[in-house]
Structures are given as structure tokens and as C-alpha cells.
Design a protein around this ligand. Structure first.
Ligand SMILES: [Zn+2]
Ligand SMILES: [Zn+2]
Length: 241
């Protein structure tokens, strides 16, 4: 009977690839092609502090307030599309895949750290109303469950402001200043701070700063994707040409 149900399910509700949408084997989140194309972050080549690859380590010219930043994937295809369809097209099943991969990264790379709580980058209530969910919170909830670390909803977004996505480099750091606050005391706690993408690190830096102001002991970040190249006005203009 179980087998019949499985076959019926496979015929009428086929499992599709999280990135390209091709029909895949039941239980496999990505098709074989997309799986092979994934660009993983190599922990040996990464600076564990800022999250960038060692050649482009940003610790040389900026002291980030967070203690570490890791991610399973580089912000490239097919992981990029898989994350975007979760974020913008509500394909919530993709969140399971990313949360599992992020949790695996935490287990491997933060294995010596004892976390008191998992927290996440909050979304402004108006944006939350529009999207219906905060992708970072969804990921944090799943990671908290996988790793058996309590979820601590401790940050709040005070003002909406321009989207980080539309800004460049230093503007991103200015844009998030004063945007977040800690809701209560974080005294003596070591946090795992979750977000979807780390680009300049401005949002994570500001959130970590607020956690430290509330008494946090340490803040380590994990994101689903890390953007490899810094987004600058010059890069962008080049792209458009
Ligand atoms: Zn695919
Ligand atoms: Zn670094």
C-alpha cells in the first residue's frame, strides 16, 4: 500500500529541482546537473572571521563586530536561484535544503563553540506584512531544530529604509546604522546569527553590534550564501555595458 501511495505521489506531485524546476528523484532537492554545478565554500580557503576567501579577506581594512562568518555556498548559480525562489516565490521547501546545509557547516566549522541560542536578522514589520515571512527567521527556526539549540528572537528592525540590495559598499554600512535593536538583555550569551546572504557584511555587523550592546559574549554568523565579489558602482556599471 505504501508503495502505491508513493507511486501515485510521484506521478501527480513530482519532486522538482529546487533550482531549475526539472523533475527529480523523490527526496532529492536538486537535479543531478544542478548538484554538480553547486559552488561550495571551501573552509580551508576561507577567512573564518569575515567569511571571504583568504585572498579577498576584508579583515585587513575593516574590523567586523561579529566573531565569525560561514556559509555552505557561494552566491552563484544554481544555489542563487534556489534561494531566490524560496525568498521571492515562496518555495518554502527550499528552506529545508539550505537549513540542512547551513547546520552542517556550523557542525563542522564552529564545532568548538557552545551556542546558547540561534537568532536571526529581523525584518521590518511592513516588509514582513508584504512578504508574509522572514526568510532568515525560517532558516533560523529550522537550524535551531536541527542543532537542538534554542531559538532566541532577540532583535527588532526599527526602520525600513532603502533596501540593502540597491546600495553599494560603504553606503550599506551607513544605511543599516541604527536600524536594529536588541529587545532585551543578551547577557553572557553566545549567539549563532542567521541571515540569507552575506554581501558586504554590513547587516550582520550591525546586528552583532546590537547583540554586544545588550551584553552578548560572542556572535558567530551563518548565511546560506556568501557573495564573492564586492558589489561596487564600477562593477555594476561594467555589467550594464
Ligand atoms: Zn536542477
Ligand atoms: Zn577575513
Amino acid at each position: 500500500m505504501k508503495e502505491i501511495i508513493r507511486v501515485i505521489k510521484a506521478v501527480f506531485f513530482p519532486n522538482t529541482c529546487a533550482s531549475c524546476g526539472e523533475v527529480t528523484e523523490q527526496g532529492e532537492p536538486l537535479c543531478d546537473f544542478c548538484s554538480e554545478m553547486l559552488v561550495h565554500c571551501d573552509p580551508i580557503k576561507r577567512c573564518i572571521r569575515c567569511g571571504k576567501d583568504k585572498k579577498n579577506c576584508e579583515c585587513k581594512y575593516r574590523i567586523f563586530r561579529f566573531d565569525g562568518c560561514i556559509a555552505p555556498f557561494i552566491n552563484k548559480q544554481p544555489a542563487k536561484t534556489a534561494l531566490y525562489s524560496f525568498k521571492f516565490r515562496r518555495r518554502l521547501s527550499n528552506a529545508d535544503y539550505f537549513a540542512e546545509q547551513m547546520a552542517l557547516c556550523v557542525k563542522n566549522e564552529y564545532r568548538d563553540i557552545k551556542f546558547d541560542g540561534v537568532t536571526f536578522v529581523p525584518m521590518h514589520r511592513l516588509r514582513l506584512l508584504k512578504r508574509g515571512f522572514n526568510q532568515s527567521q525560517v532558516l533560523a527556526e529550522k537550524i535551531s531544530e536541527i542543532l537542538s539549540i534554542p531559538l532566541i528572537d532577540t532583535l527588532i528592525c526599527l526602520k525600513a529604509g532603502p533596501r540593502q540590495h540597491d546600495l553599494f559598499g560603504k553606503e550599506r554600512f551607513k544605511n543599516v546604522k541604527g536600524r536594529y535593536a536588541a529587545k532585551g538583555s543578551a547577557s553572557g550569551k553566545t549567539f549563532l546569527l542567521v541571515d540569507d546572504i552575506r554581501t558586504t557584511g554590513a547587516t550582520l555587523d550591525e546586528c552583532a553590534g546590537q547583540l554586544f550592546s545588550a551584553g552578548a559574549e560572542a556572535v558567530y554568523c551563518v548565511t546560506a550564501l556568501i557573495t564573492e565579489k564586492k558589489k561596487t558602482k564600477e562593477n555594476n556599471a561594467g555589467k550594464k555595458r
